[in-house]
Design a protein around this ligand. Structure first.
Ligand code: ADP
Length: 736
């Protein structure tokens, strides 16, 4: 929320506190001086207004001067080398007061934090401090024990009234997991604090800065003069300054707790803020730079130990899950039964991670195991929630996103699911029971707003009385190792499914090859075994007619002619049938086909003039070139055209028209004014052997089935418009 002019806003309230730009607060704490100069020229550009009071040089006098006017050469010479890093410069003494100067850069500015030397620290004691920290933390048994030791070390080394280890949960609420305090103070151990107590900007700054003190909560912050950097016209970024003033909201918050000074050190695990070491003192308290470095060292040792310990847990959990996964995978591989391997006999897939029950949804069937919602509820959950989620979905509070889940929150507040198989509509689901928790808040977290004069302000909580809340509908959170475990099982199952599919395809292929072989030998036998005797009948009938024709009477000749014609017809039928059967097996040889030329050839073969002397055939002149298999398209058009001529041959003035319309791809048509047929049979006629006419028209009933197959192979469509006695129009498309 850098406001229009890019400065720290005048008022921070609930609507903007989570974006409060604390880094450009433009003020220093009172105990030290922030001084900024041009990183190249070392000419002083800004200085906090308390410089007169702290180091004896008025801010106004410093401005525009070179650093060397006020600081010894020894210090200046160090500046050149370490501009980017934070550097502790040689100590300076002004009017008998010792100061430490810490420098770092920020854009065009070099920032010097000048702060009192504070209590002297004997190097031997310092070294001893560090050794104690190392030894104590290394000897800790677990995270809780380590927290206790860290808190007690800090308390004994630095003397804060209360030292707490504060741990964040997934929603950034915090819990005090270790505490050391003065006897008279009440314990805050186990108390929770809402995420709003440490809003995002503060958390971000902790990541950048590490250790930070507020030496006097009741101090008056000193503004930078001038407020905006003359070097770039922007407010000075004080994110990394040791002396940066504190957000007024935070000050009020601490004041409400009666805290006089504080120290906060970030514990960062894997780049993420894990927790804070938070120290409170009930009067002003300053810790010098060296002491703060010791605290920083402590948090680093703490983080290292934490990383080792959490990695240890992670590895242990992964190891355990890996063993289960292996057993499940072996069961699947041995039986080839994915579902029963997951849901029957030890181990079950629900043993993979901590869960109270689970469900497998596979190819429309649902299998439940352990404590789960009812079948109907799980099916509903899948269709209403899980289907719309990512491959891996998890929640520890299902009812929060899906209100129906409140009915079964005791059994399934936590849900973790992965999609399995290639279609991604199969699921493995794990459920976790509600862990009814009682959370002790440090004050009622919901009562944090204050409305004054109609404006909503963020009012840091005034009361820190323990406020107990029963939290329902929440399960133990799913951890990183749970995700790792379920994804590796997901991969194993998917692999198994693919294996099975491969096997199925192999078997199908085998069957198909066998069927194909059968079909081929069937076609072969049809063509040979049937056609040979047919040819015999035909030839002998013809011989008989030629040689013995004279001795036969009229009736005998007529019967012989019928035999000859029938044999020819049967031969044609077998020919067509074989052509149809062979169509299925051939691949397409696509190339550009000139339809006008092709139709010319077809008409010539049909011998229209001789065969259909009365017919008028009209052909569109500009038929397009299409991309397709010429031989097949020939069969397609030849069949439809033959039909058009045949079924219009007995009407008066038969007329056949061939053309196309373009929308946007060409739709071809062949229209006739022939006998037409009942439109109810529009689809039926494309099947094999469907004939709607009797012997008055020759034919096998296969022509349109061939046409249909050709179009199908070209990914096109074919259909007919017709009316009995009025003619028919056949349409087809061929995709490019
Ligand atoms: P056929 O060899 O009998 O013509 P088809 O498969 O080519 O076989 O056609 C199937 C049936 O569809 C035909 O028997 C006929 O009844 C009907 N038919 C096909 N084309 C037409 C047409 N242009 N006009 C009327 N009927 C037709």
């Amino acid at each position: 929320m850098i406001t229009g002019n890019g400065v720290y806003p005048k008022k921070v309230d609930v609507t903007n506190c989570d974006k409060e730009p604390i880094h450009i607060i433009g003020k220093s704490q009172a105990h030290g001086v922030i001084l900024a100069c041009d990183i190249n020229t070392l000419i002083i550009s800004q200085c906090s207004e308390n410089s007169g009071a702290v180091i004896g040089y008025e801010a106004e006098n410093l401005k525009g001067k070179h650093l060397s006017c006020f600081f010894p050469e020894e210090l200046i010479s160090k500046l050149k080398h370490f501009e980017n890093e934070k550097v502790l410069l040689p100590e300076i003494t002004i009017e008998n007061k010792r100061f430490l100067v810490i420098s770092h850069s920020s854009e065009e500015s070099l920032i010097l934090d000048i702060e009192p030397f504070g209590e002297g620290l004997d190097p031997v004691i310092f070294q001893d401090q560090l050794t104690r920290i190392m030894n104590e933390l290394s000897a800790s048994r677990d995270i809780e024990d380590m927290g206790k030791r860290a808190a007690s070390l800090v308390k004994s080394l630095f003397g804060y009234d209360r030292v707490m280890l504060y741990r964040f949960d997934e929603e950034w609420n915090g819990e005090v997991i270790a505490e050391e305090r003065e006897q008279h103070l009440e314990s805050w151990l186990g108390l929770h604090y809402p995420a709003t107590d440490i809003p995002k900007p503060s958390r971000d700054l902790f990541l950048k800065q590490g250790v930070r003190i507020i030496s006097d909560v009741n101090y008056k912050p000193a503004s930078l003069i001038p407020e905006i950097s003359p070097l770039n016209g922007k407010p000075l970024d004080l994110s990394r300054s040791e002396l940066r003033a504190v957000s007024p909201i935070h000050i009020e918050y601490l004041q409400n707790m009666k805290v006089g000074a504080s120290l906060t050190a970030a514990i960062v695990l894997n780049g993420k803020l894990w927790g804070l070491l938070a120290c409170h003192h009930y009067s002003a308290k300053f810790l010098n730079y060296h002491q703060r470095q010791s605290v920083k060292f402590l948090t680093q040792v703490f983080t290292n130990r934490l990383a080792v310990k959490t990695t240890g847990v992670f590895i242990e959990e992964m190891d355990r899950a890996e063993k289960i996964r292996k057993k499940l995978t072996q069961k699947m591989a041995a039986t080839g039964e994915i579902i029963s391997a997951l849901t029957q006999q030890d181990p079950l897939f629900t043993d993979l991670i901590e869960s109270s029950g689970g469900a497998v949804f596979f190819e429309g069937d649902l299998y439940l195991t352990g404590k789960t919602p009812s079948k109907e509820q799980v099916l509903e959950l899948i269709s209403e929630v899980l289907n719309n989620k990512e491959d891996l979905f998890h929640t520890k509070n299902l009812q929060e996103i899906y209100s129906k889940a409140s009915e079964y929150k005791d059994i399934a507040s936590g849900v973790l699911s992965v999609k399995i198989g290639d279609k991604k509509d199969n699921f493995l689901i794990w459920f976790r029971e509600e862990t009814s928790q009682t959370v002790d808040w440090g004050g009622n977290p919901e009562k944090k707003e204050l409305v004054e004069g109609g404006v909503r302000y963020l009012s840091p909580r005034k009361s820190f009385e323990k406020w107990t809340q029963k939290v329902s509908g929440i399960a133990n959170p799913w951890r990183e190792y749970d995700f790792e475990a379920v994804t590796s099982l997901q991969e194993a199952i998917t692999y198994q499914i693919v294996l099975q599919q491969k096997e199925e395809i192999r078997k199908l292929n085998e069957r198909l090859t066998a069927v194909n072989k059968e079909l081929k030998s069937f076609s072969y036998s049809v063509s040979h075994d049937l056609r040979a005797p047919l040819r015999g009948i035909n030839s002998f009938a013809k011989i008989l007619l030629e040689e013995q024709g004279e001795v036969l009477n009229q009736e005998g000749k007529r019967v012989l002619n019928i035999i000859i014609n029938s044999a020819e017809e049967m031969n044609n039928l077998i020919h067509d049938l074989l052509r149809y059967a062979s169509l299925g097996q051939e691949g397409l040889e696509k190339k550009p086909v000139d339809l006008s030329k092709l139709i010319g050839e077809i008409l010539e073969t049909i011998n229209v003039k001789e065969e259909y002397p009365g017919a008028e055939v009209k052909i569109e002149k500009n038929l397009p070139i299409v991309n397709g298999d010429r031989r097949l398209i020939y069969q397609l058009i030849s069949n439809i055209l033959n039909n058009a001529l045949k079924y219009s041959s007995k009407v008066e003035a038969p007329k056949v028209e061939i053309g196309f319309t373009e929308y946007p791809d060409p739709v071809f048509f062949i229209k006739d004014n022939g006998i037409g047929f009942d439109p109810k049979l529009k689809e039926k006629i494309f099947g094999v052997f469907s004939r709607l006419v009797g012997e008055e028209y020759s034919g096998s009933g296969i022509g349109l089935a061939i046409a249909n197959k050709v179009v199908e192979k070209h990914q096109g469509k074919i259909w007919v418009e017709t009316e009995k006695g009025k003619g028919s129009a056949f349409y087809f498309t061929l995709s490019a």
